[in-house]
Design a protein around this ligand. Sequence first.
Ligand code: EPU
Length: 302
Amino acid sequence: MRIHEPKVVAALPELGVELHSGSPLTELTSLGIGGTTDLLVIRQRQHLPQIVTLLGENGIAFRFLGGGTNLLVADGELPWVLLQLARPDHDLVIDGNCAQVDAAADLGRTVTYCAKNNLGGMEGLIGVPGTIGGALRMNAGAYGMQIGSYVREVELYRASARQLEILRGNQISFEYRHTSFAPDDIMLAVKLELPSKPFREILEGIRVCNNKRRSSQPLNQKSAGCIFKNPPGASAGRMIDALGLKGHRVGGAAVSDRHANFFVNLDQATAADMLALIADVHERVRMTHGVELENEVILWKD
Ligand code: EPU
């Protein structure tokens, strides 16, 4: 979608918004898939309510983009624009056992910055690409931990109510790759409360997780991490692998030959290729294992 309304185009700079016309989602997502639309980078987030109102009044639909690392976006010209928070210069402040982190901060950098301040607990998240906002929304987890366990407070903008809110950790439900946030809640910042741990000990945990991840996941290929959630008590990767589907390909999309629950963009895959591959694997698992796999990757199909 292109913003043509002159009064909207004129108002955006005053609201601290940078307009990137016709941005390709191939460059904004870790899968390297998706069509084009206008990207609005928000540099002054205090204007978020006015920005949302301006778009609403002019009938411009929008979606909110974090790091784009768990996302499969449709091909072609997209029917909505994208909003994205610019990363501020100071995105992380430590105060005792708490870290106040901006939603646009990089997750991995947050883990290491906290480690340097002798705050641990999040070692498992090292190597998970994306922003703090995205990690919160999905309750990112790995190697036995999840970010939700450490959330004390979340500051967010509720687009539906047009209201800034601060939620305490116990007002949010954090489940396996699922949270109680509404789809149009925009994460702004989080206060994490982390256990004290000596830096060396955290570093050792980080090293172990990094090695496990490197040996089992296709980190140097374009992917969105795991495509399906693990069904209770089972492993989607193991089930897909057991069907001999590693390397199985539709167009430019393929099941990784390293980890069967990672689907990779091998060669200019389209969203149509990737969706067909997801549907095919889903069906084969259903037929053979009798299990309906649920997507972990977020689909923006329309
Ligand atoms: N396995 C296979 N073949 C494969 C992949 C896995 O046999 O192709 C087996 C492994 O040998 C292991 C079991 O399946 O016995 C589980 O595999 P793994 O340890 O790789 O964990 P996973 O359940 O596949 C989950 C998360 C990952 C997270 C890892 C590490 C989900 C859907 N995936 O993977 O998260 O990094 O554990 O904790 O929960 C993500 O969320 O995008 C993601 C990658």
